[in-house]
Design a protein around this ligand. Structure first.
Ligand SMILES: Cc1ncc(C[n+]2csc(CCOP(=O)(O)OP(=O)(O)O)c2C)c(N)n1
Length: 688
């Protein structure tokens, strides 16, 4: 029985069915409060899994909150990482951590990341968030248990939509092949995923037959009948012979009437009114200190705000977006332009769009919105990025113009070999949308923040890579790549509302950079700048060049404003929207004419910086010419949960950071080049 003292073997606390039902109700209440305080997260699936969570953490699994690393403990792997709040509450109610701390969910630096990280919170067994990987981890842990002569059970919690990932079945095969009867899978069968009912997105049933044919024992249970849940889990603890899967029939949003069975509540959180109503319906309103919890969250947030404030380089004026009385700018999610272009060109019969269960959010569903006649060219693939990638290659082989997209990390990393071999090697006309790129995707945290995708995409022969700077440029880039450009193409854009800094008249030529110059600060940020093709630009003897791509272009423009107003420096901003093929001449001229090149990318430093450096160091025109370089970007670390604009500050990719670095570089050029270089030499000599 669970909650043991690992030293004495005594049971610390034993819950009966009524107590477990009560705990699950209360956990649901805390879940709603945490989601409300976070302002983002997953209500539906956290509520559907809560009864199983309570039974597992408070009664069935052997573990000791006083000794989280107890070698004999049962392991619980949350393959379905987006249900992290349920995991956190299971641990907290079991005594691993203070219950009230879960309200710090999804806040910057908090152990309660948007998706669980095993190094940040005791009791978390694995870092998950990319669906379909947990069962393989569980297989590994179960195999290790056997090798180490341990008797622990490994439980793995998955979603029913998640069953669409091929890796689940590779793991299922391995589990039975290795006879892992110390492994128990639990599938939260709530029958909904993001794009709608599982049966419509990509039918996974009959799951029972599938698992049986893979060599598993199978049991279907009512995932909300506590008696049945406990009995099934306890039997599972003693199960022998084969791996066992429990298919738990559940209701998404269980316990809150207006959330139950509504797909829209998958990734939504309750507002204050909905929270109040939800807590009342659960019958726990009087038992949860809501205000105290929310105050705790606000205090934590206050500390974050102060920390970030101190992290920001200071100038004489406040240049943050739309804070000054002038230089106003419109904000719009960059991803919108993608959907607009697909809607515009979707009548072309060659265009087919592949759905990967995140369609509304990345706007690919705009392709068929209000156009039922296009529905036959909307092909739902489910949560199966690897297969979809090769399906796209097959479609392209037959003359179609396939488009697919999802979070950039699942669109360009998980399926990398498929992109390489199925698409790039064959030079197929496939458009891949890496949506929600960069840290600014926000509170989902590191697993969902693509910061390496551009390395891989730029590294693939035949691949073209475009990183547009705003929603307007995203629309133009999508249109061009879709209909004019032949071959594999990767379009990377952000999730957040970002400044709109181009308009219909702004040139967009694939492979050709634009020069952006601050002319006259005024009411409109956009109108304060002049943008032209670099090939049409005449040198104006600027002090430096900032080369940027994606949402770093508006930041670079804002940096140019700071540099002009505070230091009188003139900046040439190069919008390098096409990363591959990169506009070499634009870089060479900028290096030659300004002598200072600073790159800015919302990515691990290098996708842009190293490509630019390569052009500079390998161009004979620049041999013997001093060029001072610097790079702004993420510095070899994983992302974090947090609000999008907080992360821009935390990861030091704001205009203020760009301007700060620029001053250092221009200073070197203007005054101290010799002294600083000598200092550097002397200090490296001392070190060696
Ligand atoms: C590899 C991967 N692709 C896409 C996503 C985005 N995503 C998060 S939750 C989800 C739907 C999951 O559906 P299901 O497994 O049924 O979970 P539930 O409905 O119970 O929340 C998707 C597509 C992801 N996290 N990982």
């Amino acid at each position: 029985m669970a909650l043991k003292n690992s030293v004495t073997g005594e049971v610390r606390r034993s819950y009966n069915i009524t107590e477990l039902e009560d705990a699950a109700r209360l956990m649901r209440g805390y879940d709603l409060v945490a989601l409300n305080a976070a302002g983002s997260g997953h209500a539906g699936g956290t509520l559907s899994i809560m009864d199983i969570t309570a039974a597992l953490y408070l009664r069935v699994a052997n573990h000791d909150p006083q000794n989280p690393d107890w070698a004999d403990r049962d392991r619980v792997i949350w393959s379905t990482g987006h249900k992290a709040p349920s995991l956190y509450l299971g641990l907290a109610f079991a005594g691993f951590s203070p219950i009230e701390d879960v309200v710090l969910l999804r806040k910057l630096g908090s152990p309660y990341q948007g998706h669980p990280h095993w190094l940040k919170l005791e009791g978390v067994e694995a870092s998950t968030g990319s669906l379909g990987q947990g069962l393989s981890i569980a297989v590994g842990i179960a195999l290790a248990g056997r090798l180490n002569g341990k008797n622990y059970k490994t439980f793995c919690i998955m979603g029913d939509g998640e069953q669409q990932e091929g890796q689940v079945w590779e793991a299922a095969m391995a589990a039975s092949h290795h006879g892992l009867d110390n492994l128990v899978a639990i599938v939260d069968c709530n029958r909904l995923q993001i794009d709608g009912p599982v049966a419509e997105v990509m039918n996974v049933e009959p799951l029972e037959d599938k698992y049986r044919s893979f060599g598993w024992d199978v049991r279907r249970i009512d995932g909300h009948n506590m008696q049945q849940v406990v009995e099934a889990l306890e039997a599972a603890r003693d199960h022998q012979g084969k791996p066992l899967v429990l298919l738990a029939d559940t209701v998404k949003g269980k316990g809150v009437s207006f959330m139950e069975n509504v797909a829209g509540w998958h990734g939504k959180t309750p507002n204050a009114e909905e929270l109040k109503k939800g807590l009342e319906e659960l019958g726990v309103a009087h038992r949860i200190p809501v205000e105290v919890l929310l105050e705790k969250a606000r205090n934590y947030q206050g500390a974050i705000d102060r920390k970030l404030h101190h992290k920001m380089p200071e100038f004489n004026h406040d240049y943050w977006w739309n804070r000054a009385l002038n230089m106003k700018v419109k904000m719009e999610p960059t991803r919108k332009g993608f959907g607009q272009a697909l809607a515009e060109h979707g009548d072309d019969e060659r265009v087919v769009c592949l759905g990967l269960d995140i369609s509304g959010s990345i706007t690919i569903s705009d392709f068929y919105a209000g156009k039922p006649e296009r529905k036959n060219r909307w092909l739902s693939m489910g949560i199966a990025e690897q297969s979809a990638t090769s399906v796209a290659a097959g479609l392209a082989r037959e003359g179609k113009l396939p488009v697919f997209g999802t979070y950039a990390t699942f669109a360009a990393a998980r399926n990398l070999d498929q992109i390489r071999t199925s698409i790039c090697y064959g030079e197929f006309n496939v458009m891949i949308a890496g949506a929600h790129g960069g840290v600014s995707v926000g509170p989902d945290g590191a697993t969902h923040q693509a910061l390496e995708d551009l390395f891989a995409m730029c590294g693939l022969p035949n691949m073209s890579v475009v990183v547009p700077c705003d929603s307007v440029e995203t629309r133009k880039a999508t249109s061009h790549l879709l209909l004019q450009h032949k071959g594999p193409k990767y379009l990377r854009f952000a999730r957040e509302a970002t400044p709109v800094v181009t308009d219909d008249k702004t040139p967009f030529v694939f492979g050709r950079a634009n020069v952006i110059r601050l002319r006259k600060p005024g009411d409109s940020f956009l109108d304060a700048f002049e943008t032209m093709l670099e090939s049409k630009y005449e040198d104006e003897g600027e002090d430096l060049t900032i080369i940027a791509c994606g949402p770093m272009v508006p930041e670079a423009m804002r940096a140019a404003w700071i540099l002009k107003r505070e230091f009188g420096y003139e900046t040439r901003v190069l919008n390098m929207h096409t990363l591959k093929p990169i506009d070499e001449m634009a870089i060479i001229w900028a290096a030659k004419q300004t002598g200072v090149i600073l790159t800015a990318e919302e990515h691990q430093i290098g996708a842009l910086a190293w490509r630019v450096s390569n052009v500079i160091t390998s161009s004979p025109v620049l041999y013997g010419q001093p060029v001072i370089t610097g790079a702004i970007g993420v510095k070899d670390r994983f992302g974090d949960s947090g609000a999008p604009w907080e992360l821009i500050k935390e990861f030091e990719v704001s205009a203020e950071h760009i301007a700060h670095k620029a001053v250092e570089l221009v200073d070197l050029k203007k005054n101290h080049r010799v002294t600083v270089a000598e200092d550097l030499l002397t200090s490296s000599h001392r070190c060696s």
